[in-house]
Design a protein around this ligand. Structure first.
Ligand SMILES: NC(=O)c1ccc[n+]([C@@H]2O[C@H](COP(=O)([O-])OP(=O)(O)OC[C@H]3O[C@@H](n4cnc5c(N)ncnc54)[C@H](OP(=O)(O)O)[C@@H]3O)[C@@H](O)[C@H]2O)c1
Length: 227
């Protein structure tokens, strides 16, 4: 750990990619769940993360359970699965997909494909041989991983939804948009969305005005958000 809450990332640590879906005010969750139904986003989440490790917070794990084909590294300050911590019935992945129900624990016994760790440093140490790991949230874990991330995979949901959990503020001067795909609303996708991939840069970013990562508070923007 470095000073002021930062972690010095050794050269042999994996590349970190945050993957999230947020509304126009950076809402990501409501009452422990996702505040939308976006089938195409779940497919994107699955395609991008398949075969990789995903870092998640204990609360997000409880909302989604284990995921087939992916290793979850779950952060809890206890460093182990709390007795009371079980994935909810009807749990969803961050992007709404069906979790691996058969792998869900019915007791506190270790769950296949799930590793519990007590700190981000321990979580990254458990991934030190991997090229790339994903951070799948929620807000607390995004805040931990954002300073270390090279990539942001952001589904920008074209809506203002009610919620209680927000993606952390982003210094947009540090990121540039490298790709963007538009997905219309339809019977499978409650809202239109844009799949945006940002890469950390040191120079001036080049993102069109519609792609800023905005502050919570009904669409207000500040100079610090602009890219
Ligand atoms: N839209 C999206 O893409 C997306 C993605 C993921 C989640 N979500 C939503 O986000 C919400 C959950 O987010 P959240 O921020 O409330 O919870 P969270 O980040 O999923 O989990 C928080 C927990 O992580 C553990 N933790 C936090 N910092 C830690 C540290 N430094 N070291 C070790 N463990 C640490 C703590 O567990 P203990 O209390 O056990 O110590 C803490 O209570 C839900 O609504 C979920 O649906 C949305």
């Amino acid at each position: 750990m470095g000073s002021a809450g930062t972690i010095e990332l050794p050269a042999d640590k994996p590349e970190i990619a945050l993957i999230t879906a947020m509304d126009r005010s950076r809402v990501i969750g409501a009452a422990g769940k996702l505040p939308w139904r976006l089938s195409d986003d779940l497919r994107r989440f699955k395609r991008l993360t398949m075969g990789h490790t995903i870092l998640v917070g204990r609360k997000t794990f409880e909302s989604m359970g284990a995921l087939p084909g992916r290793r979850l590294v779950v952060l809890s300050r206890r460093g182990s699965q709390p007795q009371s911590s079980q994935p909810q019935r009807g749990a969803q992945t961050p992007s709404g997909q069906t979790p691996n129900r058969q792998a869900r624990p019915q007791s506190s016994a270790a769950e296949p494909g799930v590793l519990w760790t007590g700190s981000l440093a321990a979580a990254l140490d458990a991934c030190r041989k991997e090229e790339k790991v994903f951070c799948g949230g929620g807000a607390e874990i995004y805040s931990l991983c954002l300073p270390l991330a090279r990539w942001l995979h952001v589904t920008r949901v074209e809506a203002e939804v009610e919620g209680d959990t927000w993606f952390p503020e982003v210094d947009c001067d540090q990121w540039r948009l490298v790709s963007k795909d538009l997905v219309p609303a339809d019977e499978r996708n409650e809202y239109a969305s844009r799949y945006c991939v940002y890469e950390r840069i040191s120079g001036r970013p080049r993102v069109s005005s519609g792609d800023e990562l905005r502050q919570p508070g009904h669409g207000r923007e500040t100079d610090g958000d602009r890219v």
